[in-house]
Design a protein around this ligand. Structure first.
Ligand code: 5GP
Ligand code: MG
Length: 177
């Protein structure tokens, strides 16, 4: 495993996101919707750096990767979502890869008639996007490697690492710890 973004770098990156989000929304009340499960660490760090009145909710997106690092069909579950009618919504996710997760989640939220929807991600993979949408806030651009840590998993392991690391070919395909 190789560290791609250190704990210090992440702290700075989340601080920059918080700053940009605050500049845009100022004191307007905001509803943050986090895409489970990968964005829980970003959610916890980011909301503590925002000062506007906040509501927080979650939506679950799973693409059934299992032992694979390529995505399967996306399944969204909005049972745990608060009412976002008429609210300014900021959707947050761990990583923007092909873009399908954010685009499909935004379509789902749009149907709930929010006042606005913007999006923020910690990471954006270079050269992977398959959709004509870009997140409004991106903390880091990374090369196309499979990464774990800071919420991101490989077969449900490694989410607790305080940094972002890439798995090397020998780490993939075997059993996680
Ligand atoms: P997209 O729909 O943009 O292709 O993928 C977004 C989702 O795929 C993210 O929410 C994340 O769960 C997962 N994903 C994409 N790339 C990686 C990666 O390198 N590592 C891990 N652990 N998950 C990833
Ligand atoms: Mg995810």
């Amino acid at each position: 495993m190789k560290i791609v973004i250190s704990e210090d770098q992440i702290r700075d990156g989340v601080g920059r996101l918080a700053h940009e989000i605050t500049e845009y929304y100022a004191d307007r009340p905001l509803t943050i919707i986090a895409v489970l499960t990968g964005s829980i660490v970003l959610l916890a760090d980011l909301i503590r750096q925002l000062n506007m009145p906040l509501r927080v909710g979650v939506v679950q997106a799973s693409s059934y990767r299992g032992a694979s690092t390529t995505r399967g069909p996306l399944v969204l579950n909005s049972d745990l979502m608060p009412d976002i009618t008429g609210r300014d919504v900021l959707l947050i996710d761990d990583i923007y890869d092909t873009g399908h997760t954010l685009v499909e989640t935004i379509a789902l939220l749009d149907g709930m008639r929010p006042a606005s929807i913007r999006s923020a991600v910690l990471l954006r993979k270079r050269g992977r996007q398959q959709v004509a949408y870009e997140p409004d806030y991106v903390a880091f651009e990374i090369p196309n490697e499979f990464i774990v840590g800071y919420g991101l998993d490989y077969q449900d392991a490694y989410r607790d690492l305080p940094y972002v690391a890439s798995l090397e070919p020998g780490d993939l395909g075997g059993d996680p710890p």
